[in-house]
Design a protein around this ligand. Structure first.
Ligand code: SAH
Ligand code: SF4
Ligand code: F3S
Length: 430
């Protein structure tokens, strides 16, 4: 009977992409996935450290794994991802039942848990093992790590410095994906426009998008996460000019006050951020723009927060991801700044951002009623096909449509989180 693996993932798209790659490696060795942790021979917990709450989720999962290992000593357990730093001593002490701690993308020690099979991969697990696509959309990491060192953020400590994948390697991976039914890829990087500066000839994200646009079976290209300083005019012009690249930006601002932005070492002022948004909207008036906000950063006053709230009212983002500041051991903010905003104030500010966001995104959704939008059908849920507009809005369709097809949809109804509509035309029967 084939060995079974159980893979549990939290965190960002990059972590999900890593898990998919690990799964592809397991499948290549003949393992089968299971949804039931009790039936697994190998358990892998892929962790995130971005906030305490993400770590707590992994800890509670590891509590369950501890019980299982006591019942079944042959069970192999790996913990991978951003909770695993350079030193694993503390984690090892706390969780002696874990066989392997692996840093992000350190797949080899996990593959070695598969009995007698590691050599079968011929040392080529990365980069030639591609994730098996599960539908018409896929994540493709293009630049790993981050060089920015925002004071609050653990990511550069856990994922290392920016490292771009060679363009031909990415093109090969996307060609493989499209041959297996993928029609839309999301290019991933913590600061995705940093792509290429460390490669020979210094291609940029726009050059990569141009290469990928030539792949016939690929319909759509998305990209995440944008960083205002790296987002050049040249890249924006490529996004605007290439029909396969979606006008959809995830452009975290984090705060609306210059004092907070400077303390965070975000590398831009509010005015510079506003300038970037203006540039995006001038080139692409229908662009969808989402953002991230941290409330309760050390020293954030009521007046600072009022500037964040005003910025949200002013810029009217399609979606806002908001989080309360969580001190991350090892970061600059953790070392130098007391976590001085009371929990109740953080909660009130978080709630205020959520209120603003719900109202504005509903209004923006309502403004789309009556328009025609191009949708890529991504899947079917409860019998209803769903997909996203070019700008990134989620739409449920009131008729049958084939997964992977591009359809024109007349938007009939707007809710707070999604839209509903009827297909009026199948643009492409891919
Ligand atoms: N590279 C992206 C974000 C990566 S982390 C950027 O530059 O914005 C994803 C989001 O988690 C961040 O945008 C931020 O809003 C949030 N985040 C990161 N560290 C945090 C912390 N210590 N406390 C609360 N939220 C945090
Ligand atoms: Fe973290 Fe800042 Fe890098 Fe984003 S840009 S991953 S917030 S250090
Ligand atoms: Fe979390 Fe690591 Fe992503 S800390 S958000 S999984 S890069």
């Amino acid at each position: 009977m084939p060995q079974k693996y159980y893979l549990w993932t939290v965190g960002c798209q990059m972590n999900k992409a890593d898990s998919e790659k690990l799964a592809a490696g397991f499948e290549r060795l003949g393992l089968k996935s299971t949804e039931h942790i009790e039936r697994a021979d190998i358990v892998v917990i892929n962790t995130c450290s971005v906030r305490q709450r993400s770590e707590d989720r992994a800890y509670s999962k590891l509590g369950r794994v501890r019980e299982l290992k006591a019942e079944k000593p042959a069970l192999k357990v790996a913990v991978m991802g951003c909770m695993v730093g350079l030193k694993t001593g503390d984690l090892e002490k706390r969780f002696p039942q874990v066989d392997v701690f692996a840093r992000p993308q350190q797949f080899e020690p996990i593959m070695e848990l598969v009995e007698g099979k590691a050599e079968d991969l011929g040392g080529e697990f990365w980069p030639s093992t591609y994730a098996v696509p599960e539908g018409p959309t896929a994540y493709v990491p293009v630049v790993h790590g981050c060089n920015k060192f925002c004071t609050y953020c653990i990511v550069p400590y856990r994922r290392g410095r920016e490292k771009s994948r060679p363009m031909d390697e990415i093109v090969r991976e996307v060609a493989y994906l499209t041959a297996h039914g993928v029609r839309e890829v999301t290019l991933l990087g913590q600061t995705v426009e940093a792509y290429g500066h460390d490669l020979p000839g210094e291609p940029d994200l726009g050059d990569l998008m141009r290469e990928l646009s030539a792949l016939e079976r690929l319909h759509r290209i998305r990209f995440l996460t944008s960083y205002p300083r790296d987002m050049t005019r040249r890249i924006l012009e490529a996004v605007a000019a290439l029909p396969k690249v979606m006008e959809c930006f995830s452009l975290p601002v984090q705060a609306g006050s210059d004092a907070v932005l400077e303390s965070m070492r975000r590398g831009y002022t509010k005015a510079e951020y506003l300038g970037k948004i203006a540039e995006v909207r001038q080139l692409m008036p229908a662009a969808g723009i989402t953002t991230d906000i941290i409330v309760g950063y050390p020293g954030e006053t009521d007046a600072d927060f009022a500037e964040t709230a005003a910025l949200l009212e002013d810029l009217r983002f399609d979606k806002v991801h908001v989080a309360a500041y969580s001190p991350r051991p090892g970061t600059i903010a953790w070392r130098k700044m007391p976590d001085d905003v009371p929990a109740a104030v953080k909660a009130a500010r978080l709630h205020r951002v959520e209120e603003i966001e719900a109202r504005i995104s509903h209004e923006l959704n309502e403004a789309l009623v009556g328009t025609t939008q191009e949708i890529l059908v991504e899947g079917i849920k409860n019998g209803q096909p769903f997909g996203r507009t070019r700008a990134g809005h989620l739409v449920h369709l009131d008729a049958t449509a084939r997964v992977g097809a591009l359809v024109d949809v007349r938007i009939a109804h707007a809710g707070a989180f999604s839209l509903r509509g009827d297909p009026i035309d199948a643009l492409t029967l891919a």
